[in-house]
Design a protein around this ligand. Sequence first.
Ligand SMILES: Cc1cc2nc3c(=O)[nH]c(=O)nc-3n(C[C@H](O)[C@H](O)[C@H](O)COP(=O)(O)O)c2cc1C
Length: 574
Amino acid sequence: MYRVFYDSVLRHLPPEAAHRGAFWLIRAAAQVPGAAWAGQKALGSRDPVLRVRAFGLDFPGPLGLAAGFDKDGEGVLGLAALGFSFIEVGTVTARPQPGNPRPRMFRFPDERALVNRMGFNNHGAYALSARLRALRAQWGAQPGAKPVIGVNIGKSKAVPEENAVADYKASARVVADVADYVVVNVSSPNTPGLRDLQAVGKLRPIMIGVRDALDEGSPRRRVPLLVKIAPDLADEDIDAIADMALDLGLDGIIATNTTISRDGLADSAAVADAGPGGMSGAPLKQRSLAVLARLHDRTGKRLVLIAAGGIETAADAEARLAAGATLLQAYTAFIYQGPFWPHRVQRDLAARLRSGKMTSLLGPDGLAWDNSGMSEISSSNLSAVAVYCGSNLGSEPAYAAGAAALGRVLAERGIRLVWGGGQVGLMGSVADAVLGSGGQAFGVITQALKAKEVAYQGLAELQVVATMHERKAVMADAADAFVMLPGGFGTFDEFFEVVTWTQLGIHAKPCGILDVGGYFGALRTMLDAAVTAGFVRQAHRDMIIVDDDPGRLLDRLAAWTPVTVGKWLDRADR
Ligand SMILES: Cc1cc2nc3c(=O)[nH]c(=O)nc-3n(C[C@H](O)[C@H](O)[C@H](O)COP(=O)(O)O)c2cc1C
């Protein structure tokens, strides 16, 4: 349907007019009482497999709207209602400015690309701040859509480079308390000299200044800070920015903005007619991916990487996640593919993640968290640890690897493993892995699992117990600590069962949660329930193990350093 509308109406309008018209429609629809709420219910990401936690924020899914579409924050509710999991507004500048003369946006539909030289047309940071403040005040009264909102800031055109730090700081200060995160944009090709600010000698003071301004503007909440880079940087410059970001403790990098290259556009006359500007869309795909991969090589999981540039399909999205992105953004594909595109991509991505190998969406929080103050847990007072396997995972290899790691560490310390669960495929592969690690395991399994006896011949003892509650009770009796491999949590039901665990007396034992699959969002929800239910206690929380990487998990377990309880749990404890 959108195709028909696009072909019959939108493509005959000048691109910017089409954009304005479509955006007006989105905003108007969101004004209809209940529409934004209904839209988000129908189109928003609700599959737990898609949830992401990054720089301390929870995202219902990984796909957000890239900066530039909603420069002044006028349509966030409508855009979120279409299924975007977060909205980055801006770029705004400290001073309002009109941008470049029109025409300044050009379509290349055959290549699914755009060229633009908008030049940061925007109403200014103050106006944006006031608008977002009013919106947030409204949310207090309004049920439904509350998207994560990032604010992207740039340099005012009229401000000379030597005053850039002060100009960025001015924007940062006024948006600090209304932005869920802030992005410093030094990568638009459409403000003269802007991209020169990517040289670390110039970028460093800007980032330091903006950090200070955010802390001043938002003294009670630390606002995550990211930088957005161009795809046209040389490899050494990418590395230098990555190193600087780590050095300054930035929260992440967005890779990438538009390119000045025209590679991939066939019609050279149309290219010449369009003139200067940044190219976005499909032809940018490979280069943006390469920049992302390079950043990931350099920073590992120490920074949140947000991928942007030519993301069109769920396969593209998955490829970016596999290359190290935690979150994704897009603009051009939304223009060409229409209002239901964000919903489709996230829906298809969920299906891919569930069917194939599971790509972890867990952000780097696990590493970034401050674990100081966490006491070391010594294994010496443990003689047996029960590990309960959640369901839904099939033979997820990460779980098997995590379980094997756990089994190995316990075996080395002479700790008996009490192993149980209900799911055939998972238990098969995980039990094999545990036994392969040399552990002595006491199995508590179902009749159906018993039928697959071949997988359990190495178990020292085996007890067949029919119901889940009984299995857990037997395991809790036999062990002095309890570890949960949480499983898929398609519906959260499994973990809400923790409430019943309290009735089983498991809550009297230290509890660990081994999250090797990266279901962090689910884990958090569940642990909130567990804390409320009194299942996870202050004294026991150090046992909670959250990780998504069996390799790192192994290191952690080998040291039996306990590990990563996130700040959110601290919050829950207060
Ligand atoms: C018309 C247009 C305007 C844009 N304006 C901004 C902007 O103001 N700030 C910014 O950081 N990026 C801006 N971008 C870049 C996008 O946020 C994104 O990084 C880029 O287009 C690559 O993603 P895509 O291929 O999915 O469009 C703009 C892109 C387009 C097409």
